[in-house]
Write a protein that binds this ligand. Structure first.
Ligand code: HEC
Ligand code: HEC
Length: 200
């Protein structure tokens, strides 16, 4: 009886650790990131998904946390210290590592708002001077070069990012996002964040 109990325990433990086997191959610092960003970097509560993100974007953000240019409250609270000891070479390794993991969509937006969000994503809002997101983030929100993938990020994270640019927070010099997001109202932000959360 005891032996069976132990076998079950061992199996349960093996089953639990199986998904983590991927990150055992990753750079040494990965565990310092996944305890907030979730197993395999899929995101957890306020820490966004890193899996499948553009490597050049991940690298640029690590740099901007280090230099304190990305200065919104959660960045200050969590990320400034998390990357304080991450040098440029480790930053590149971590970025390449997380970018190589297949991303899972959060799918946590409001389905009823997704169609409106898709229209804004593709066409912008010409009468309000809002640029189409498609032009920079790609037809399926997959990102390009150092422009981030948006598809499948969590609704609350997308919403907060889109709100914070017009509150004066920045994530680097010369980013177009403060200008792009300035004219988005709360309803448009909810629609965009909903649509994007479902994109695979
Ligand atoms: C204590 C929790 C915590 C730890 C540890 C942590 N992060 Fe974060 N990370 C966050 C939070 C919260 C955010 C969201 C910041 C915001 O709201 O703008 C974030 C954002 C990021 C972003 C920006 C993603 C995007 O889409 O813009 C990157 C890149 C990132 N973290 C990389 C890392 C790496 C690499 C490590 C390990 C060296 C790490 N993080 C460790 C909590 C954490
Ligand atoms: C002119 C190019 C351009 C356009 C148009 C554009 N973006 Fe961006 N976007 C960027 C760049 C570059 C970044 C990365 C730099 C930064 O975060 O400041 C970014 C970052 C973002 C992020 C942060 C993602 C993350 O992981 O934190 C979100 C969200 C976003 N854009 C949403 C949108 C939406 C929604 C639209 C359309 C209303 C849009 N963008 C239009 C270039 C653009």
């Amino acid at each position: 009886m005891k032996r069976i109990g132990l076998t079950i325990l061992v199996l349960a433990f093996a089953g639990w650790t199986a998904p983590s086997s991927a990150w055992e191959d990753g750079p040494a610092q990965v565990r310092n990131c996944t305890w907030c960003h979730g197993m395999a970097g899929q995101g957890y509560t306020v820490a966004p998904r890193l899996a499948g993100q553009r490597p050049d974007y991940l690298e640029s953000q690590i740099k901007s946390f280090r230099e304190h240019t990305r200065d919104n409250p959660f960045s200050k609270q969590y990320m400034w210290s998390a990357v304080a000891a991450v040098g440029p070479l480790e930053a590149r390794d971590l970025a390449v590592y997380f970018a190589s993991i297949a991303p899972k969509p959060a799918s946590d937006g409001d389905r009823q708002l997704a169609a409106r969000g898709r229209t804004i994503y593709l066409e912008g809002i010409p009468e309000a001077n809002v640029a189409s997101c498609y032009a920079c983030h790609g037809p399926n929100a997959e990102g390009v070069r150092d422009i981030p993938r948006l598809g499948g990020l969590a609704f609350p994270y997308l919403k907060m990012r889109l709100e914070q640019w017009s509150q004066g927070y920045h994530s680097g010099t010369g980013t177009p996002m403060p200008t792009v997001a300035r004219s988005l109202g709360p309803a448009e932000i909810d629609a965009l964040a909903s649509y994007l959360s479902f994109v695979r």
